[in-house]
Design a protein around this ligand. Structure first.
Ligand SMILES: [Zn+2]
Length: 132
């Protein structure tokens, strides 16, 4: 099941979110409705910064396979978003600088539409040493 947002995506290589002009809140992933203003909300699509830093994080242990990291990330414009962070649980720390990466994660065979997902990765140059 592909969220409706991805069908409307306009710019593949930017981090798209929404902004409510009424209360000046930002949302990622994008939302059609502002939870603060409901029907009074005025929603517009915006490009969000693709760099930020980790405020806090959680390691999620799946039933099988390796654990993954979900981080609360503060973007450069102070917008906070939750995203999966593509690194090992022992590599993440509060304040770590991260950047957004885009990867193809699905293709619609009939229409030939390619969907992209976003993930954050440790930003290089922050003392990050990949163990891969
Ligand atoms: Zn609002």
């Amino acid at each position: 099941m592909i969220p409706r947002f991805w069908r409307k995506i306009k710019y593949r290589y930017s981090l798209r979110g929404t902004h409510c002009k009424n209360c000046n809140s930002y949302f990622y992933p994008p939302r059609d409705l502002c939870p603060n203003c409901r029907r009074k909300g005025i929603i517009e699509e915006v490009n969000l910064p693709t760099c930020g830093r980790v405020l806090s994080y959680t390691v999620v242990w799946g039933e099988k396979g390796s654990p993954y990291v979900i981080a609360l990330i503060e973007l450069e414009n102070k917008v906070k978003i939750l995203s999966q962070l593509a690194c090992r649980p022992e590599e993440v720390y509060d304040g770590m600088e991260v950047e957004c990466t885009f990867r193809k994660y699905g293709e619609d065979g009939d229409a030939g539409i390619i969907y992209y997902g976003t993930k954050f990765i440790p930003k290089r140059g922050d003392g990050y040493v990949s163990k891969e």
